[in-house]
Design a protein around this ligand. Structure first.
Ligand SMILES: *Cc1c(COP(=O)(O)O)cnc(C)c1O
Length: 390
C-alpha cells in the first residue's frame, strides 16, 4: 500500500525533533552531528538565535502579500546581494530548480530581445545537476532522472566534463549560453578548475554567449567565499542561488547583470511566493551573519583543517577511500566501497553525511562549525573506516 507521503525518497528511518548548532536530536534524545545540514542548506546551523529572532519577529507582523505589491525586506535583500556580487538585479523564487528555470528563461530571452530568437540552446556538462523540473532535468541530461517522463525539453547540448576545446567546437549559431556549476555537487564534488571557468568566460565573450553559473550549492559561503566563482576571479552574467540563502527557509534567487536581464520586463516571469516577507527576513538575517567581519576567514580556516584531517584518514584507509576533493566546506570523499555503506556506518555512529554521484560521500556541515566538531566527525570517520576496512 502506498504511504501517505509519496515514496520518492529512500529515507533513513529516523526523525529529528530539534536542532542546535551542528547537532540534531531525536525525540528519544539521541544526538547526531549534522555534516549533511539538510543537504547544504542549514549553513548557519540549527536554531541560530539571530535567524530565529528575525523570523519570529516577521511572523508576528506579516507573512505574505504577493509580488503585486512592494516588499521592503525583499528590496533590501536584493540591494545587499547586488552590493556584494557581480549582479545588478535579483529575481526571488522558492527553490534551486526555480532559480535555474529563471536563469534558463533569461538567457533565452536575452538573445530574443537582441533580435536573435534562434539562439536558445544552452551548452551544459555531463555529471551536472540543476534540479527536478522538466527543463532543469533536460539541462543536466541525466538519463536516470529523465527516463519515463516523456519527451525531453529541447535546447540543451551536453558535453563531457572538462574538455575545453570541445566547448568551442560545440558552439553553433543557435547557442545562447554555457551553464555550469563551479563545483558539481550532486555529481560527486567535482571541482571545475579556476582556469576552466576563466576559459569558459573567454569563450562566452568571444562568441557573444552568456555565462550562467548554477551556484545553488556552491553559493552563500559554502566554498569559503560568498560565491564559488570568486575563486576563479571571474563573473558570470546570470547566477542561480538557493540552498543556504535563507538558512533553511525555502528560497531561491536568480541574479543577473543589467545587460543579461534586458528581456525580463513586467509580465515576463513571476512567482506567487518568491521573496515573501518571511523568506526575505530569513535571507536578510543570513546575510547579517555572513557579511560580519571574519565570517569567511573562519569558514576557510575550518575547511582547511577539516580537509587536512579527512585526507589523513582517507590516506590511511586506502581500501575504503581513494581520496578527498572539494572546495571550502563542500568536501567529497571518493570511495572504493559503496558510498551508501559509509554513509550508513557513519549514521550508526551518530554522524550525518550525504551521498553524491561518482561513489562519493559528501561532508557539507553548517559553516559555523569549529575544531571541536571537526575533531568529533573525524573520530567517527576513523572508527567507521576501521570497521569497513576489516
Ligand atoms: C540542489 C541543487 C539544485 C536544485 O535545488 P532544489 O531546491 O532542490 O530545486 C540545483 N542545482 C544545484 C547545483 C543543486 O545543488
Amino acid at each position: 500500500m502506498i504511504p501517505p507521503v509519496l515514496p520518492t525518497y529512500a529515507r533513513t528511518d529516523v526523525a529529528f525533533e530539534r536542532g542546535e548548532g551542528a547537532y540534531l536530536y531525536t525525540a528519544e534524545g539521541r544526538r547526531y552531528l549534522d555534516f549533511c545540514a539538510g543537504v547544504a542548506v542549514v549553513s548557519l546551523g540549527h536554531a541560530h538565535p539571530h535567524l530565529v529572532e528575525a523570523l519570529t519577529e516577521q511572523a508576528k507582523k506579516l507573512w505574505h502579500t504577493s509580488n503585486l505589491y512592494r516588499i521592503a525586506g525583499q528590496e533590501r535583500l536584493a540591494r545587499r546581494l547586488v552590493e556584494n556580487s557581480f549582479a545588478d538585479t535579483v529575481f526571488f523564487c522558492n527553490s534551486g530548480a526555480e532559480a535555474m528555470e529563471c536563469a534558463i528563461k533569461m538567457a533565452r530571452k536575452y538573445h530574443a530581445a537582441s533580435g536573435h530568437s534562434e539562439r536558445y540552446r544552452i551548452i551544459t556538462f555531463e555529471g551536472s545537476f540543476h534540479g527536478r523540473t522538466l527543463a532543469t532535468l533536460a539541462a543536466a541530461g541525466n538519463r536516470k532522472y529523465l527516463d519515463g517522463f516523456g519527451p525531453e525539453a529541447p535546447g540543451f547540448d551536453h558535453l563531457p566534463f572538462a574538455t575545453h576545446d570541445g566547448v568551442e567546437a560545440a558552439i553553433t549559431p543557435e547557442t545562447a549560453a554555457i551553464l555550469i556549476e563551479p563545483v558539481m555537487g550532486e555529481g560527486g564534488v567535482q571541482v571545475v578548475p579556476p582556469a576552466c571557468l576563466k576559459g569558459l568566460r573567454e569563450i562566452c565573450d568571444k562568441h557573444g554567449l552568456l555565462l550562467v553559473l548554477d551556484e545553488v550549492q556552491t553559493g552563500m559561503g559554502r566554498t569559503g567565499r560568498l560565491f564559488g566563482h570568486e575563486w576563479a576571479g571571474i563573473a558570470p552574467d546570470i547566477m542561480a542561488l538557493a540552498k543556504g540563502i535563507a538558512g533553511g527557509f525555502p528560497m531561491g534567487a536568480c541574479l543577473a547583470t543589467e545587460r543579461a536581464a534586458v528581456g525580463m520586463t513586467a509580465g515576463s516571469h513571476g512567482s506567487t511566493f518568491g521573496g515573501n516577507p518571511l523568506a526575505a527576513a530569513a535571507g536578510n538575517a543570513v546575510l547579517d551573519v555572513m557579511l560580519a567581519d571574519g565570517f569567511f576567514d573562519n569558514v576557510r580556516r575550518t575547511a582547511g583543517y577539516l580537509s587536512q584531517r579527512v585526507a589523513a584518514v582517507t590516506d590511511k584507509y586506502d581500501k575504503v577511500f581513494t581520496g578527498v576533493r572539494g572546495e571550502g566546506l563542500l568536501i567529497g570523499l571518493k570511495c572504493k566501497v559503496p558510498n551508501t555503506d559509509i554513509v550508513a556506518a557513519l549514521f550508526r555512529r551518530g554522524l550525518l553525511t550525504a551521498p553524491a554521484g561518482d561513489n562519493v560521500v559528501r561532508f557539507i556541515p553548517p559553516l559555523i562549525i569549529g575544531t571541536a566538531e571537526v575533531d568529533e566527525a573525524v573520530g567517527l570517520l576513523e572508527a567507521a573506516s576501521e570497521e569497513l576496512s576489516g
